[in-house]
Design a protein around this ligand. Structure first.
Ligand SMILES: Cc1ncc(COP(=O)(O)O)c(C=O)c1O
Length: 414
């Protein structure tokens, strides 16, 4: 898509007006928020919906016959339907509300994994994974005497698909891959990886924390068995997320946690479990969070995931070219397919200092290992600075970032 076509089709100024926080200043400067991979800002529609829930509708769900409980339950279940449509899942039963991506992956590793992974079996992940898609599998492998295998990346930060295929063995029970890397931006060829896994009779889980915010996701088209994401990274509230799972798999899995709502009947001798998805939603859920997430996904759908992807791609290319002009700046991760995440180092300057000096200019980026320490090791860097763009960012903000980094150079090099 040409830039001109993009600027007429995508009204970023209008989008920005939906996000009240973007009007604020930081250290006397207009906020330039480029930490979207960590968490995104919330549109007024989400803020209003949560407020309306607490002002007008607050009650526990699934438990009461009274008026408010019925309203709260209807709103909570309507949010589930919104998620189902957004992911193109087949049925609401396949949509489990969680606290976030981390909990979704732990749920699968713990419930499905404990039952299906044994001594000598293997779990295959990739080198770009977030700790959330490493550690739960490590815990499982340690407990079961199974082996965690890791598909390597090339110097651009792309999965080497042939190596991935080579690492699939008759012992590989599940493959767990990130849709996109939070640290480098690499978009994994997940559809291909899932097909390879299935051809090997392995299941496939996708860590979609960085997929849903940047890409149109269709779980039937991907043909994944599990897909986990977090509300707060897709313009929704914190503390809420989703695990999509194929109905037959979820049905066969034991509960993850015990408590209220996940049971049909309890005696001291025996408990029978509730139907899907409630079997996996023990205790009072994050009702306001789920409702707010539903509104966030409606908001994203109203703009259109492919329009967002095109806008962010334009920003990625523009910001990448601006940063490339800066002497001593090295971009870590230059995959052909990237989400709008730019990780970089600056010769002779610690990322923490870059982050601090940019902050003084009102520019919020993230510095550190981005919960991907093995990936940092792969690229021989202890940490990077990371600018990550969302649907409300602009080319002017990319210019501000580049100008800010040049200021860092002035401070350090005089
Ligand atoms: C790729 C990826 N996976 C998993 C997570 C964990 O998400 P959460 O902390 O919301 O559970 C993140 C968060 O940064 C992420 O970027």
């Amino acid at each position: 898509m040409s830039t001109i076509a993009l600027s007429t089709a995508y009204d970023v100024d209008r989008v920005r007006r939906d996000f009240p926080i973007l009007k604020r200043s930081v250290h006397g400067k207009r906020l330039v928020y480029l930490d979207n991979a960590a968490t995104t800002q919330k549109p007024q529609a989400v803020i209003d919906r949560i407020q309306r829930y607490y002002s007008d509708e607050n009650s526990n769900v699934h438990r009461g016959v009274h008026f408010l409980s019925e309203i709260a339950t209807a709103a909570y279940e309507a949010a589930r339907t919104t998620v189902k449509r957004f992911l193109n899942a087949r049925d609401e039963k396949e949509i489990v509300f969680t606290r976030g991506t981390t909990e979704g992956i732990n749920l699968v590793a713990s419930s499905w994994g404990r039952r299906n992974v044994g001594a000598g079996d293997e779990v295959l992940i990739t080198a770009i994974e977030h700790h959330s898609n490493i550690v739960p599998w490590q815990l499982l492998c340690e407990e079961k005497g199974a082996r965690l295998r890791v598909a390597p990346v090339n110097d651009a930060g792309e999965i080497i698909v042939e190596e991935f295929a080579r690492l699939l063995t008759p012992r590989t029970k599940i493959v767990a891959v990130g849709h996109a890397s939070n640290a480098l931006g690499t978009i994994n060829p997940v559809k291909r990886l899932i097909a390879l896994a299935h051809a090997n009779r392995s299941l496939a889980l996708v860590d979609g924390a960085q997929g849903v915010p940047h890409l149109a996701v269709d779980v039937q088209d991907l043909d994944c068995d599990f897909y986990a994401f977090s509300g707060h990274k897709v313009y929704g509230p914190t503390g809420i997320g989703v695990l999509y799972g194929r109905e037959a798999l979820l049905d066969a899995m034991p509960p993850y946690q015990g408590g209220g709502d996940m049971i049909l009947s309890v005696t001291f001798e025996k408990t029978t479990y509730n139907a899907l998805p409630y079997k996996f939603e023990a205790g009072t859920p994050n009702i306001a969070g789920a409702i707010g997430l539903g509104t966030a996904l409606e908001y994203v759908a109203s703009i259109g995931p492919s329009n967002i992807a095109a806008h962010e791609h334009d920003l990625l290319q523009y910001a990448t070219s601006k940063l490339h002009e800066i002497p001593g700046l090295r971009i870590i991760g230059e995959a052909a397919e990237k989400a709008s995440v730019i990780s970089f180092t600056l010769e002779g300057v610690h990322p923490h200092d870059i982050g601090t000096i940019l902050d003084q200019q009102g520019i919020a980026i993230r510095t550190g290992h981005h919960c991907a320490q093995p990936l940092m090791m792969r690229f021989n860097v202890p940490a990077t600075s990371r600018a990550s763009f969302g649907l409300y960012n602009t080319r002017e903000e990319a210019d501000a970032l580049a100008a800010g980094v040049r200021k860092v150079l002035e401070v350090f090099r005089g």
